[in-house]
Design a protein around this ligand. Sequence first.
Ligand SMILES: NC(=O)c1ccc[n+]([C@@H]2O[C@H](COP(=O)([O-])OP(=O)(O)OC[C@H]3O[C@@H](n4cnc5c(N)ncnc54)[C@H](OP(=O)(O)O)[C@@H]3O)[C@@H](O)[C@H]2O)c1
Length: 327
Amino acid sequence: MSFLACRVFDQPNVHHRLVQMEASELSDGEVLIKVDYSSINYKDALAASGRGKIMKSFPLNAGIDLAGTIESSGDYTFQVGQKVLVNGCGIGEQHDGGLAQYARVKNEWVIPLPNTYDTKQAMIIGTAGFTAALAIYRMQQNGQTPDKGPIVVTGASGGVGSFAVNLLSKMGYQTIALTSRETMVDYLLDLGASQVTTLDKLELSEKPLAKALYGGAIDNIGGETLSKIIAHTNLWGNIASIGLADSPKLQAMVFPFILRGVSLLGISSTNCPMDLRTKIWHQFGNELPLPDFDKILSKEIPLAEVSPYFDELIDKKHYGRLIVNCQ
Ligand SMILES: NC(=O)c1ccc[n+]([C@@H]2O[C@H](COP(=O)([O-])OP(=O)(O)OC[C@H]3O[C@@H](n4cnc5c(N)ncnc54)[C@H](OP(=O)(O)O)[C@@H]3O)[C@@H](O)[C@H]2O)c1
């Protein structure tokens, strides 16, 4: 059986090609999955274009998330024909990933698809939505409640930001969507943002401990903005640090932590423990609301046409979730 895959090679330099390959060439694992959908995340774009050091071995299929159907399973945990999903766990980084018609993975990485959404919706959520949900989970575990004040979401119109705004607002939180693009105001209001603003309009203070304005934050951009938001966070508020779209640097004083009990929570979707990962995926449509799938900016593309999108994503010529139909 040969099938199509978006495979990354390192000779003469790191690049991807769409190739036909055999299942016998796939990374080891007990479970063979026919991939219905995958998605293109920023990390996939860096990996497949060779513009970032993501992959730990070559050649390797790209794709850090997938949803599909069990084709064969080495034990009785999963049934042939069962719908499942996989994200993180090193797929698309050190194990063949989801941007292929088939993927073989370890038994313990596979999550039965919850009955509240289908495989396409699972990949609209993808790593971006999962990460936003993980951040909200950690914040709430640490005492975040709507009455502590509005939650600032930075990089709001990106993948993680869109889900954060949508989920938080459906959970009764006031959200302040911080975007660099005025053109996204209506989109973010439609997702449920209470307020949409740009950095200059927010007028954040330079002081290490500034007026307490926010209940917490979900931060996708890092750098100076994150430092300033920490200084403006209310008593016992939580800030989930997710991304570095602006800068990986963080310069902060300890005052908000030791005088206001503010917490900075690290979010790592790749290394999320499996029991927590499974719990988060099963929360959508249960403890967590389902996202408004029709409102989240997303585009479906066939696997055979993924190539131009890697550079487009990195060069900011494309916005929104890119859902890849692998069949
Ligand atoms: N920790 C984890 O497990 C994890 C998981 C997924 C993603 N991430 C990281 O989280 C970040 C967001 O991921 P994503 O999938 O949402 O990416 P994305 O779809 O590319 O969105 C990033 C957003 O950040 C804003 N942005 C981009 N460049 C910026 C700059 N120079 N200054 C300020 N804002 C900028 C833009 O939002 P506006 O247009 O609204 O300003 C952009 O849409 C990325 O850094 C990604 O690598 C981390």
